[in-house]
Structures are given as C-alpha cells and as structure tokens.
Design a protein around this ligand. Structure first.
Ligand code: AHR
Length: 658
C-alpha cells in the first residue's frame, strides 16, 4: 500500500504515546567509518521441506528414474480388465551404476491402453496456457506399432491437456513431446497411456514447464527464484545445513555426484525423509537435478556470492555421528580442492574446470569462500577442520574459510570452538541460533562486545521460534519477525564483526514440510510471503555501505525502553536508511537530531511493517495479513516528530545533503 502525503505533516498519525516527550535520537557518522560487507544479508538454501525436488527445481515428475527405495513410489498403474500386460523394474547393476533401474512394460493387448500415472509432488501444479515439455529415455522392441498418449488430468481424471508420441527408437534415446494445458489445477497428474503390442523400456520420465527461470531446460521455478531475487541476497549458502552431513557418512552430500548429465546423478534418500515422526515424508529423495552447477548458476543469477559448505568427514552428530578415520580424510580434502577447481579452474587446463565448461559455463564462478562442516563440535571436528583448512589454504590462500561453532549459540561446545579457532586458519565463524523471540529481543547487543580483532562472524542460521499458541510447531508470527528485526539492528550496528547473516530454513512446501518456521512458503502454483521474509527484504534491500550511529543519550538503541535502531549510509545513492523497531503495544514518538549535513526539509520515504496482534501470520487465505505500507512525505526530521506505530518496524529513507 503506497500513500503519498504532501506538506509538513507527521509521518504516522497516532495518539497516546507512553512517553511524555518525543525521544531525541542523535544521528552521526562514527569517527572511523565502518563499512558493511556486500555479503551482509544472504540466504540459506537447504533441501528441507521439499525445497529442491518438489520445490524450486521445476521437475514435476516424482521418482522419474525409479531409483527411490521403493522403485514404484509415485507411480500407479491402470490396467485394462483381464489384461496380461505387465511392468517390471529392471536393475542394470554395474552396467549403469549411477542410475541402474528402469521400468519395462510388456504391452500384450492391442486395443486398450495400459496407463501409468505419476502423482507428482503432492500433485502436479498445472497452469492454464502453459506449455509443458515432456521427455524420457526410451527404447521400444516394436517401434512401429506403439503409441503413447500423454494426458495431463486433474484429480478427477478430467483432461487438461494431451499429446502423443508414435515414433520410437530401438536403442536408448531421448524422446520429447509438448503438452499445452487448457486449465489450471494445483494437484494434477500425468498419465502415460500406452497402446499397441510390444515391449517398451522407460527411464528419466520428465515434465517441466517451459517457463522456468531464464527458460532453462532442467531449470528452476521462476516464481520462487524471483522471490529470492527480490531479496537481493549478498550470498547464497548451499546445500545446507544437516544435509551436508547426512544421517551417516554414506548419506552425506557429495557434490561430485550432483554434476554432469542429470541421468548420471545418483538419486539418494533425503536425510529429512524420516527425521521427524510428526512430519514423516517417505517419498523425500534427492534427484540432484538441482546440483552444484545449478547452485553456482543460481548464485550468479542472483548476484550473490556462492557459499558452499562441504562435508569434513563427519556425519550429523545428532544422528549417527560417524566420522571418517583421520588417516582417510584425504578423499574429503580432495573433494573440497576439486570443488574450488570446478568453480574457478581454467576451462581448458583443469579437468574440473573443463567439466564446468562442458556443462555450459566456461567462465569461472568466482568462488571466494567455503564452509568446512555444518554444525560440528568437539575435538573430532577441530582435528578434521585443521587438516582440511591447511590443505585448502596451502593450495588456495585466497579462499576464505568458515568454521562451525556448533549447533548452539552459547555453552561449552560453542566456547570450545571459539577457543579452538584461535590457533587455526579461519576467516569466519558460523553461529546458529534458533531461539524464542524473547531471546532475540534481549540479545540485540550480542555483538557489541565481540572482539574486533578475532575471526569475523557469519550468523549462518537463525530464526525466532514462537511456540506460543496451541500448535506443536512454531508459525511465522509477527512476533517472531519483529524480534528478528530488533536483533538485526544489532547485527547491522556491528557490521564490522558480523559480515554475513542468513535466516534459516529458506523454503517450505505447504503440503510437504518438515520444519517450521521458514522464510518463504509455496504450494505447487503459488508462493506465500512471511513477515520474516518482509523483514529480511527491508534489511537486504537497504543494506547501505557504511554504518552510522543512531543513539539516545550516547547509547546505542538495543531494546532499552523497547526501541531498537540502526542507521546506514548508501554511498552510491547518497541516501540514509534508518531502521527503527518499536516493540511495545503503544506508539513511540522520536525526533532525529543530526549534523548540519542532513538539515532542512526533504523528501522522506517511510516503509512500515506492523500488526496489532503478535500472533498474526500470513496464510493461504490471508496472504497479505502483514504487508508493508509505503508513505512519502516532505519534512524536516529535526523539527518534526516521527511516530512509530505500536509493534512495528519502520524504515526511513532520505537523501543526504551534498
Ligand atoms: O535449518 C534446519 C537445520 O537446522 C539445518 O539443517 C541445521 O544446520 C540446523 O540444525
């Protein structure tokens, strides 16, 4: 909602503040300028909550290569009555070790169809007028007489679009067709209706919308990527999270298995498949169609620094806690070194750089940093970290390294990590905090006292978990978002220490999530913005280049009397951005006193995010329950008061005087 107000008026009209006088805030430049890293606000991507397969990866067919533990999962068969037609799952074993299984159909009746149905990821989202690209690897024993009718149908079997394939190869080959959808359906299905007698082998059965991000084949869902692009993230961390570690070492993320032709990428169970009883997802596997090449490409598209996290020879310490013996760590070290070569190596003189070029990107991806391990702790981690860091820094001294401080924001493991990193090469320490909103409100000054000469901080995973209410899992409530906003003013004030921060997790499918809260929700057709997303967007879109002081009585505003504040200067646009968080259920009146260089009446843009109810959230039925309001006024900030709405985040933007 945008309001334009002319003349000298209050920005936000309200009455009844709890303070008798407006609070006097002082805006000034610090003696020594503090620059804000371009990476300050980023995103954390993990394939949790169907974020990749069934989410941002636009493939619509679940279990396209029959490699799930139950090879027919996602598929059903509709046979004609008395049919003797039959399907078999064939395993080629070592002949095709990365993708051994395919489906063989013996069609024994001529005239009636044998129908294979794929259910998609909690249904297939079908958009009216969209063209869908079908493909599969096939070989047919009797190429002349078999016909495949492809039918997109809704949940009642009503036809939404169709196509046919009649020409078949005798040996494995890709066959293609397009289907034009007539109507929209959030939970459709794809039917493969075979007629004619013969034997057909099928693998990599695939359906993509034409309109993927940048129209790429094997591409990403453009509505979801657009929402990420709108955040203007400074970095993208991938592929997680615990998924890096795996439940055991065999289940760890191995980037080399996620690059090259998609039919050669080995499908693996997703570690979130059966992690949580309350949100079991037996059909959650990783196809790696979104693999490391695509992650780097996404980072480039978003203008974000790529930040891969690699396994350091340790499985998740909350699960098996398996570790590789120190003497066998070489493979993990080599994987990390090869990853840097894959990202940055010459397209002609290095083998991994050549693979990158073959995949379509001869130019380097300009990788500058890498994380060693996700949430690890204790000596088994420090020993493995030290060996990996030494090898990486020896070969690539310019690569900046990130070490883990474990899963908790304080305590023995956390303290041990910070001490251990005193004697190891590390550039950033990754801190994680999933905490109640009250913790965020109380700790906006967390970094005020951090050592200015030690390693820098990467606030790699955080979210306010608001467990109030009757639901078992936290929602993305306004309270959680408001408390994160308050805390983020503290991160911004301390941008000399905190160089990167990312909310986690990023994405969640409405019908297939395991973990809540999450930054951005989606179903098969739509995306749903959370207040937490809106907070991230305000900070990231207005991150500026230099920190300014915004104080009251000489002290930073970190929650004393319910006000939090930070200020930055955008040196490119010559603009000043103030972020003010009022956490009480009453308006607060402030005056901004500032040096001569800011004086005079000027155009002031105000973005306000607020809701009277702390338990409010956005939902499918109320998707904009919490949404920003924009106002533009002409005013002198020193002479006139700003009234901050109850329970609000307010962004104030104005030009600095020349
Ligand atoms: O963000 C969800 C999980 O939380 C991550 O995978 C893990 O690093 C953390 O425990």
């Amino acid at each position: 909602m945008r309001k334009v107000i002319h003349g000298l008026v209050l920005v936000i009209l309200s009455t009844g503040t709890i303070f008798a006088q407006p609070r006097q805030l002082e805006l000034s430049k610090p003696k020594d300028p503090i620059d804000i890293a371009s990476t300050m606000w980023g995103i954390f991507f993990e394939d949790i909550n169907f974020a990749a397969d069934g989410g941002i990866y636009a493939e619509l067919i679940k279990n396209r290569s029959f490699e799930f533990a139950q090879p027919r999962m996602g598929w059903t068969e509709i046979r004609p009555e008395h049919s003797t037609s039959q399907t078999l799952i064939i395993n080629r074993g070592t002949e095709f070790i990365t993708n051994p299984r395919f489906l063989r159909l013996h069609c024994r009746e001529d005239s009636t169809s044998f129908i294979l149905v794929n259910e998609g990821f909690r249904g297939i989202g079908i958009q009216a007028d969209e063209t869908y690209n079908f493909s599969m690897l096939a070989r047919v024993s009797t190429p002349g007489i078999m016909t495949l009718n492809l039918r997109l149908v809704d949940s009642n079997g009503v036809l939404l679009g169709e196509s046919a394939i009649t020409q078949w190869p005798k040996d494995w080959q890709k066959v293609n067709a397009t289907i034009q959808a007539r109507s929209t359906c959030p939970k459709g299905k794809l039917q493969l209706c075979w007629t004619g007698q013969g034997t057909v082998d099928m693998d990599m059965i695939s359906l993509f919308p034409t309109h993927t991000w940048f129209g790429r084949p094997n591409g990403l869902r453009s509505d979801l990527v657009q929402k990420l692009a709108d955040l203007k993230p400074g970095f993208i961390r991938f592929p997680g999270g615990c998924i890096v570690e795996g439940r055991d070492l065999a289940n760890r993320y191995q980037w080399k298995k996620t690059v090259g032709p998609i039919e050669e990428r080995t499908v693996m169970i997703n570690r979130w498949n059966n992690e949580f009883k309350h949100q079991d997802a037996p059909d959650y596997f990783q196809s790696f169609g979104l693999g490391f090449y695509e992650y780097f490409q996404l980072a480039e598209d978003l203008g974000a620094e790529p930040l891969p996290i690699v396994n350091c020879g340790m499985a998740c310490q909350f699960n098996t806690g398996e570790v590789v013996p120190a003497e066998d760590l070489d493979q993990y070290i080599q994987d990390a070194l090869d990853l840097i070569e894959f990202a940055n190596g010459s397209a002609t003189n290095t083998s991994w750089g050549r693979l990158r070029a073959t995949m379509g990107h001869p130019q380097p991806f300009r990788l500058k940093m890498i994380g060693i391990g996700n949430e690890q702790w204790e000596d088994q981690y420090f020993e493995r970290y030290a060996a990996m860091a030494k090898a990486i820094k020896t070969k690539y001294p310019e690569i900046r390294l990130i070490g883990s401080s474990g899963p908790f924001r304080a305590g023995e493991w956390f303290d041990k990590a910070w001490t251990a990193f005193d004697t190891m090469p590390v550039d950033f320490i990754d801190e994680h905090y999933y905490s109640p909103p009250e913790w965020f409100l109380k700790n906006a000054n967390r970094y005020d006292t951090y050592n200015r000469t030690g390693p820098l901080v990467f606030a790699g995973e955080y979210a306010g978990h608001d467990k109030s209410g009757s639901e078992e899992m936290s929602r993305n409530t306004w309270l959680s978002a408001l408390s994160e906003a308050a805390f983020m003013t503290g991160l911004e004030r301390n941008a000399d220490v905190v160089r990167m921060a990312s909310y986690a997790p990023l994405l969640a499918h409405m019908d297939a999530w395991q973990w809540r809260p999450d930054l951005l929700w989606f179903d098969n057709l739509n995306t749903y913005i959370t207040p937490n997303y809106l907070v991230q967007k305000i900070f990231a879109n207005y991150k500026g280049h230099q920190v300014l002081n915004l104080m009251e009585n000489g002290a930073a505003l970190s929650g004393q009397t319910h006000l939090y504040a930070s200020a930055v200067l955008d040196t490119l646009w010559g603009e000043i951005y103030l972020k003010l968080v009022n956490t009480i259920d009453a308006p607060q009146e402030v005056k901004i006193n500032h040096a001569q260089s800011y004086k005079g009446a000027k155009v002031v843009h105000v973005t306000r995010l607020h809701h009277a109810a702390l338990e409010a959230y956005n939902s499918t039925t109320q998707p904009v329950n919490i949404q920003p309001e924009e106002t533009t006024v002409r005013m002198d900030l020193r002479m006139q008061t700003l009234i901050l709405a109850p329970r609000s985040l307010t962004l104030i933007r104005f030009k600095q005087n020349k």
